[in-house]
Design a protein around this ligand. Structure first.
Ligand code: GLV
Ligand code: MN
Ligand code: MN
Length: 411
């Protein structure tokens, strides 16, 4: 049985056009009009095939064929980073939809359902894997108000506006799309987002461990003042402190070795005038590795370093922990099953770690969970240039379907 590769590619190309930044990559933030249009597209397919489609109180979606128990979930996300690529997340979702359609077209019965996890990127609320953190109890009703966008609007307010979180659904136990205890297997197909597979000529990556990550938000508050009238000596310049911190953080990560990576990707300068010494600079630090000990050592060194830099420049320093998740290994059973299938099919594969985080890792403590990758051309992702050969995209979805058939028949 073959998936309809052209249908999958056509879906992805159609969805690529749903962006808030035409011509500058895909920007499809959670709970926005673009997000709504992608959801409508899924609803159209679900309707056409008679699949049920439910959206829960935090915006997670579950699409399930009528005869399926939904105990095997194929999931990923449809939100993106700002000016991101056309495949991150939505490739896994549309491949899942393609698998469900192929089963339906061929009269094959399975217990598969598709999950769309809401706000995976954290583009709006700063914390990644938001929907799956709610599903797995890492986030609770209290976080609906703790999580806010850059203008201070709470997640709860966004959800209410979309109509996902109704008055009677906003109590302490939120209505959610699935109970992890009812899930027997969680799978996710994704682009690699790094250079390994492209460089090594691999066709399928089987994910061993998803990196843990910790995000800090640092605010330096100095003395705002006139750019011309304030002598260099005696300034309390939060921008200079920031500049020093950027290189010091890079040094911490380089010296940590062990695959530790640290990234400063978001900066806001207040008030942001060319002739004003900033009164404050706020920035994020994203720190990751596949070993929680190494990650937390780097986090603590960075925390100490940014405070020391502030002290040396007589500026105030506030550090807030925005998000954290552990390194999570996937099920050996799933890894071995995928490797056996790849061997049987003569696929060039490798078992490898994922530096990107993924919702399916959140499910791993509760069920047999696993992920597979297809190559990213030149290892580019989270940028408009993100791309994968169509043959690889189709191969990945076919491999996902074949793995599901294999695992369901060995039940
Ligand atoms: C999600 O894409 C992440 O790894 O930040
Ligand atoms: Mn992703
Ligand atoms: Mn991403």
């Amino acid at each position: 049985m073959k998936i309809n590769g052209q249908r999958l590619i056509d879906d992805l190309k159609y969805l690529r056009e749903i962006t808030a930044t035409p011509g500058q990559g895909v920007t499809r933030f959670s709970y926005t009009e673009e997000d709504g249009r992608a959801r409508e597209y899924l609803a159209r397919i679900a309707n056409e095939y008679g699949f049920s489609m439910e959206t829960d109180s935090v915006g997670n979606i579950r699409v399930c064929p009528p005869e399926s128990k939904g105990s095997l979930i194929i999931g990923s996300h449809i939100d993106t980073v700002r000016n991101g690529g056309w495949l991150d997340g939505i490739y896994g979702v549309m491949s899942g939809m393609e698998v469900l359609r192929t089963f339906a077209d061929n009269g094959v019965h399975t217990d598969a359902a598709v999950m769309v996890y809401a706000e995976e990127e954290g583009s709006v609320f700063g914390s990644t894997m938001t929907g799956s953190k709610f599903l797995t109890g890492k986030y609770t009703a209290d976080d609906l108000t703790a999580l806010t966008d850059d203008s201070g609007v709470t997640l709860k307010e966004h959800l209410a506006e979309c109509g996902y979180l109704t008055e009677d659904a906003s109590g302490s136990s939120l209505p959610l799309a699935v109970n992890p205890a009812d899930i027997e297997c969680a799978l996710e197909l994704h682009i690699e987002q790094g250079p390994v597979m492209d460089a090594e000529g691999l066709q399928i990556g089987i994910v061993d461990t998803v990196f843990g990550m910790h995000v800090l938000e640092v605010t330096y508050s100095g003395l705002g003042n006139h750019a011309g009238a304030s002598p260099m000596k005696g300034r309390r310049d939060s921008m200079s402190a920031f500049a020093e911190a950027v290189l010091a953080i890079e040094k911490v990560a380089l010296e940590a070795g062990c695959g530790v990576v640290a990234t400063i990707g978001k900066v806001s300068v207040s008030p942001g005038g060319s002739n004003v010494i900033p009164d404050s600079v706020r920035f994020t630090v994203d720190i990751r590795s596949n070993d929680d000990g190494h990650t937390s050592d780097a986090v603590e060194r960075i925390r100490k370093t940014v405070c020391e830099i502030a002290d040396g420049r007589n500026v105030e320093c506030a550090v807030r922990d925005v998000a954290d998740s552990s390194a999570i290994p996937f099920s050996r059973k799933v890894i071995e099953g995928m490797a056996a299938l790849a061997e049987e099919q003569g696929i060039i594969y490798k078992v490898m770690d994922s530096g990107a985080v993924h919702d399916t890792a959140m499910l791993a403590p509760f069920t047999d969970a696993g992920m597979m990758f297809v190559p990213s051309i030149n290892g580019r992702s989270h940028v408009p240039e993100e791309d994968t050969d169509e043959d690889d995209l189709v191969r990945g979805a076919q491999f996902l379907m074949d793995y599901i058939l294999r695992s369901q028949s060995s039940h």
